[in-house]
Design a protein around this ligand. Sequence first.
Ligand SMILES: [Zn+2]
Length: 134
Amino acid sequence: MPWKLVTEFTFDSAHVIVGYDGPCGRLHGHTYRVKMELESSTLRSSECVDRAIMVADFKTLKWAKKDIDAGGLDHAYLNDLLGDDTTAEVIAQYLYRETLRRIKQSLSENDLGDDLKLKVSIWETADSYCEYWE
Ligand SMILES: [Zn+2]
């Protein structure tokens, strides 16, 4: 893949891992750090520019940084979105699927985005993170 976009951002959210026998079973919050890596073999236009000069708009990869009321995950209660299971593993998978869905939604009709490869990394604490890709 000749192109790879990489961007990192944080968002603050609360969660509970329901049924967890320990501190993670109590309501608490994290400043999650996210790294998005998107590889592509072709360049595309975006909603902001009509020429094929981008893998994707960086802002599309950073959607989760936005406030929950603006469609992101910042200052969200993650259990409202994901149910009882809000581990880094489950959040990483959700970020992966939702990010690819949003990218593919922005593509032109005859472009399925089959060449796009996404990898999501999410840090729950400074020294512990989870990676997800398919
Ligand atoms: Zn936690």
